[in-house]
Design a protein around this ligand. Structure first.
Ligand code: GRF
Length: 200
């Protein structure tokens, strides 16, 4: 079974969706470790409640971003992780992890990339006035929210939407497509050719 590590910083609802998908048999995988850069992230509690290794790595303890990342890499390797999921992880991954896990790191983003990368994607969508937004699962590379796209789901933007109401409806779809994309990965159904990911 594929050993999955999940990197988080906050409430961890996407982590929960992955845990649920494993527990109900949709995903044949196992979570090896959940790593948070934030000590009181609710995601760590969720992990512990399900008997999953939960580790806080405090970036403030390290003298550089690189030494912090090397520690993250050490913990990922220690738990024999084969796939890394970013699930609300609020840091930009640097070289040590990107290189070691090339094409084996996925992220979920709350917009239809390449529109609205970076922070506050739902607010960006509302401010821009788009009629449709959504979410994207993509492979993580050195470009911020710029890696090859695995799955996307559209969500209508309504005239009376606020950032919160839109974020909530997008989140419902995130919880569906993230486990779906992970399942495609663990079942070896993804073929990556340059920017394109084909489902085989
Ligand atoms: C989600 O909206 C995700 O798309 C973005 O960060 C948020 C994390 O939420 N990358 P949660 O911690 O999974 O509840």
């Amino acid at each position: 079974m594929t050993k999955i590590a999940v990197l988080v910083s906050g409430r961890g609802s996407n982590l929960q969706a992955i845990i649920d998908s494993i527990e109900n048999g949709y995903l044949k995988a196992q979570i090896s470790v959940v790593i948070s850069d934030v000590g009181d992230a609710y995601a760590l509690i969720r992990a512990k409640e399900h008997g999953i290794n939960a580790v806080h790595i405090n970036p403030g303890r390290f003298e550089s971003k690189e030494s912090y990342e090397k520690e993250v890499l050490r913990v990922l390797d220690y738990h024999n992780s084969e796939l890394v999921l970013l699930a609300g992880y609020m840091r930009i991954l640097g070289r040590p992890v990107l290189t070691a896990y090339k094409n084996r790191i996925l992220n979920i983003h709350p917009a239809l990339l390449p529109s609205f990368p970076g922070l506050h994607a739902q607010e960006q969508a509302i401010d821009y006035g788009v009629k449709v937004s959504g979410c994207t699962v993509h492979i993580v590379n050195e470009e911020l929210d710029g890696g090859p796209i695995i799955l996307q789901k559209c969500v209508e933007v309504k005239d009376d939407d606020t950032t919160d109401t839109l974020a909530e409806r997008i989140l419902e779809q995130e919880h569906k497509i993230y486990p779906e994309a992970v399942r495609l990965f663990v079942e070896n159904k993804l073929s990556i050719e340059g920017r394109k990911v084909k489902i085989i």
